[in-house]
Design a binder for this molecule. Structure first.
Ligand code: G16
Length: 543
């Protein structure tokens, strides 16, 4: 066993995006690419030396090799202990649980989330800090700066650690603890939710389908839903994590979880359906013939929080990302709670959660969670819904309609244009922004423009300012058109178009979403000159 210092040269593209560093597998497998980034993290987080690092990923192609490399580098960098999930597996929310519970100095999570996997797919790595949450921008920028000046990395020559069994191993003075990735997480869920009420729900014949999409939540869902809560075997489908996710996008939305959606929209479908993504932090919620938008799901969870033991009598506020619909704000107003609007990216919720200003937070991108951890949490959202359904004894669609009748409905859609030319995308954004001074006060698509701006956020806790977080056109009736370039894609640019319209009248709340939003969608395309500038006639994905 030999400690080696390997000479390397910097890569110029290791700036983390919305959620860590995401590139194609081929890109990651270039000589020294992974090693450089990991060394940059270790150099930027000195408390890891002599401390404990949590490690694991969503099981995608290259996960295990990357784990072995990181273990050898952790030992060579003086990290005292590495807690690694068995088989190198660990969901993003479970990593947050383990970091917090065992008071470690942080964790490295290997995932490209909902992006496809396999040798031709994507890979990713992100660092979470000691609070269990994604590294804030100041830290990701420091990691990037370090990656730009790196000239060497340290690694031990050492045989692979047997990750297929739990136990304690070592590389030089570093202890490697291979642990069961499910148990800490499942125990926390038992503390938060009324498991007995959910057990009774299943005993009464309630039928559910959970699609793990051959990604990380399979083992968690089998254990929690089928074993601890007594749901019948077969409730969990696609429950074995595969390196290529069975050839699919592990993205829980209407476009990629079609098998589940078709089953739930059948007259004889189950009562409840849900899916999670590659690394287990996203969720999609379905009832029979009912899709609950992530924005509505956040609002509904907030409105029903008193039914969940872990939140009874202690809800203090809510936050949503800027493009997420304002549905949760309506509930917060009625309950007299603070509501915050943050930029896209879970990292922006961390300060509010740590400061005790919010209990719940969520994003339109199928992410919902609470202060139980510092990440979004797919299975947590599913258990929230099960807890609410168990207490209310109503169908999902009845609960959603009753919510709209009380608070109004925020019609909402997101249109994605994936893999468009980067220069064309930047030109399109500049073209929209250039029109802003003339837009305010104009009558467009049947409404009056109240404001048009480029969203900037001042963190209420530390005063940090994040600019250029998306272009917003807001109308006097609360309708909004938002344009953003994604920070998670790996090919070209992905343009996201978010459209929202508020409808207070229950008699008008049963329209088809795309129809209800059609005038605003047409306006958004015109203002952006979208077809002309991108060559695209239709979005790649509609959610
Ligand atoms: C990540 C972030 C989310 C963000 C989403 C989409 O999710 O954690 O906060 O909303 O990407 O970001 P963008 O619109 O920039 O592509 P995940 O599940 O991919 O880690």
């Amino acid at each position: 066993m030999e400690l080696r210092t390997v000479a390397t040269t910097p890569f110029d593209d290791q700036r983390p995006g919305t959620s860590g560093l995401r590139k194609t597998v081929t890109h990651f497998r270039q000589e020294n690419y992974l090693e450089n980034f990991v060394q940059a993290v270790f150099d930027t987080v000195p408390e890891l030396k002599g401390g404990t690092l949590v490690l694991g990923g969503d099981g995608r192609f290259y996960n295990r090799e990357a784990c072995q490399t990181i273990l050898r580098m952790a030992a060579a960098n003086g990290i005292a202990r590495v807690m690694v999930g068995r088989d190198g597996l660990l969901s993003t929310p479970a990593a947050s649980v383990v970091i917090r519970k065992h008071q470690t100095q942080g964790g490295l999570i290997l995932s490209a989330s909902h992006n496809p996997g396999g040798p031709d797919g994507d890979f990713g790595i992100k660092f979470n800090t000691a609070n269990g949450g994604p590294a804030p921008e100041t830290l990701t920028e420091a990691i990037y700066a370090r990656s730009r000046e790196l000239s060497e990395y340290r690694i031990y020559d050492h045989p692979d650690i047997p990750l297929y069994e739990t136990g304690v191993f070592s590389i030089a003075d570093t202890h490697i603890i291979v642990f069961d990735p499910v148990s800490d997480y499942a125990e926390l869920m038992e503390e938060v939710f009324d498991f007995e009420a959910i057990r009774q729900l299943f005993l009464g014949g309630f039928r559910m389908r959970f699609d793990a999409m051959h990604a990380i939540t399979g083992p968690y869902a089998h254990d929690i839903l089928e074993r601890r809560l007594g749901a019948p075997e077969g409730t969990v489908i696609h429950g074995t994590p595969l390196p290529d996710f069975g050839g699919h996008h592990p993205d829980p939305n209407l476009a990629h979880a079609t098998e589940l959606v078709n089953e739930l929209f059948d007259d004889a479908g189950p009562d409840f359906g849900a899916a999670s993504d590659g690394d287990g932090d996203r969720n999609m919620i379905l009832g029979r013939q009912c899709f609950v938008t992530p924005s509505d799901s956040l609002a509904l969870i907030l409105a029903n929080a008193e039914l969940v033991p872990g939140y009874r009598g202690r809800v203090c506020g809510v936050a949503r990302s800027m493009p997420t619909s304002g549905a949760a704000d309506k509930v917060a107003k009625k309950l007299g709670l603070e509501a915050f609007e943050t930029p896209t990216g879970w990292k922006f919720f961390g300060n509010l959660l740590d400061a005790g200003r919010i209990t719940f937070c969520g994003e339109e991108s199928f992410g919902t969670s609470s202060d139980h951890i510092r990440e979004k949490d797919g299975l947590w959202a599913v258990l929230c819904w099960l807890n609410i359904l168990a207490v209310r004894q109503q169908s999902v669609i009845d609960i959603v309609r009753a919510h709209w009748a009380e608070y109004g409905r925020n019609y909402y859609t997101r249109h994605d244009y994936e893999g468009i030319d980067l220069v064309a995308a930047q030109g399109l954004m500049a073209h929209i922004e250039a029109q802003f001074p003339a837009l305010t006060g104009k009558e467009l698509a049947g409404g009056k423009v109240a404001y048009a701006d480029n969203f900037s956020y001042t963190d209420p806790v530390d005063g940090g300012v994040s600019k250029n977080q998306g272009l917003r056109i807001g109308f006097e009736d609360g309708s909004r058109i938002i344009y953003r370039l994604s920070g998670t894609g790996t090919v070209g640019a992905t343009l996201r178009l978010y459209i929202e319209r508020f409808e207070a009248d229950p008699a008008q709340q049963r329209q088809d979403t795309q129809q209800a939003l059609a005038p605003l969608i047409t306006l958004a395309l015109e203002l952006a000159e979208l077809p002309q500038r991108t060559g695209r006639e239709a979005p790649t994905v509609i959610t």
